[in-house]
Every structure is written in C-alpha cells, then in structure tokens.
Design a protein around this ligand. Structure first.
Ligand code: PXP
Length: 236
C-alpha cells in the first residue's frame, strides 16, 4: 500500500499568522523524503488552508505526485486543467463543515459528475471519486470513466474499538472487492490513525491511503522537544 500525505493542516497553521511559516513546500519535501508516495492538498472553495499559489508551487517542486482534492466547482476545475496534477479526487464540499463530512453522491448526479470529470480525463489527469463504501455509489462510479474510488473511512474510523467496528470494516472490505470487480482501483482515507490503519492490510488490493490529520498531529509532538531545545539554547 502506498501513502499519500495530506498537508492541508500545515497551511492551516501558516494561515493562522498569515505569513509563510510553516512552508508547505518544505513540508511536502519532508513527507517525500520519509516515504510519502504522493502529496495531497484540498483546494477548498473558501481557500481556508491551501491557496492557489500553493498548488502552483507544489506542482513544480514535488518529486512524487500531486493529488488535488476538489469539489465540482468550475473555477477549481480550471486550475486543475492549468496545473495538471497527477490525479484529482472529487469530494463533496459544504462551506460550514470542519472537514469533508461524507462521500460524494455519484449515484444521485451521475450525468453531472461524468460531464465534470470528462475534460480532466481528456487531459490525462487520473480521476478518483471520494465515496462512501456503498454498492450504489460504487456501481455509479464505474459508469463515470473515473479510474479510482477513494473509500471514505470516516465511519470505520469513528467505530474503531466499538461494537460497530466489525460491521464498518466489512463494509469497506466488501466495497473494495465490488469496486475491483468492476475494474476500479481503490484508495482509502479519512480519519485513519496509527491504530485503525493496521486493518487496512486486511483489505485486498488497496492501492493508496490518504492521511493527514493524525500525521500532522503526531508531528507536533515528535518535533516539539527538538524545537524547544533549540530555542532554549538560543535563550540561554
Ligand atoms: N481523503 C479525503 C478525500 C479527504 O477529504 C481527507 C481530509 O481532507 C483525507 C483523505 C484525509 O483525512 P484525515 O485528515 O482525517 O487523515
């Protein structure tokens, strides 16, 4: 299984001060040097973390692959067609949400999704649809021309360690199998952490995981000691 690292929260921290620190380009470099096989960023319609300039710079500086998460918005599609990331992942987006809350309803808007992704596919961009692990959504995705699904693992992640875990895990396993039988490749992400990620190995043929929050959260603590030591030296 490959690992795509979502660096949106590095931009969130940077934007809290409005300056340039911490630098998302440097963050992407560190991720790549330590095993990330792609860099994921979500260019949200409200630009609350990653900005247009970030994706324009990242596409030139990263050594692996840029995976651009995006909603079905014309202005973002225009940017995607201009910078041509390796892949895009189409997600639903609500302005008030803290993070992506559910999967894209592909079944309910099959024609719209198919039309929206057409120019992206024609330009050689790999397309993935972020969907809940549901039969109807998988079957619909297989009719759109998208090559990948990204299974929303949020419900499984929330259920992890409870009596609902097994059911939610089986939903992911069955969904992956159905998608693969229909010719789709399968990624997974959302809410995965250092514990619940282990079961992803029980799902046959998973291609790539996309993980952000737990990695950036851990990095704060694994890096905080060194950061304080360095400043304490300077303050002495
Ligand atoms: N995949 C998709 C489509 C997402 O929207 C997100 C959150 O931005 C992730 C993966 C990563 O989720 P998390 O930050 O919970 O690891």
């Amino acid at each position: 299984m490959l690992l795509g690292v979502n660096i949106d929260h590095v931009a969130t921290l940077r934007n809290a001060r409005g300056g340039v620190e911490p630098d998302v380009v440097e963050a992407a470099k560190i991720c790549e040097e330590n095993g990330a096989t792609s860099i994921t960023t979500h260019l949200r319609e409200d630009r609350r973390h990653i900005k247009d300039e970030d994706v324009r710079t990242l596409i030139k500086t990263i050594k692996t692959k840029l995976n651009l998460e995006m909603a079905m918005a014309d202005d973002i599609q225009k940017i995607a067609l201009e910078i041509k990331p390796h892949s895009i992942c189409l997600v639903p987006e609500k302005r008030q949400e803290v993070t992506t809350e559910g999967g894209l309803d592909v079944a309910g808007q099959l024609e719209k999704v198919t039309e929206f992704i057409k120019p992206l596919l024609e330009n050689g961009i790999v397309v993935s649809l972020f969907i809940d692990p549901e039969k109807s959504q998988i079957e619909a995705t297989s009719k759109t021309g998208a090559q990948f699904i990204e299974m929303h693992t949020g419900t499984y992640s929330n259920a992890f360690g409870t009596d609902k875990e097994e059911q939610e895990f089986q939903n992911l396993k069955n969904a992956a199998e159905l998608a693969q039988n229909l010719g789709l490749k399968v990624n997974a992400g959302h809410g995965l952490n250092y514990e619940n990620v282990k079961r992803m190995h029980e799902i046959n043929g998973l291609y790539e995981l996309n993980i952000g929050h737990s990695i950036i959260s851990r990095a704060v603590f694994t890096g905080l000691g060194e950061a304080v030591r360095k400043m304490a030296e300077l303050a002495k």
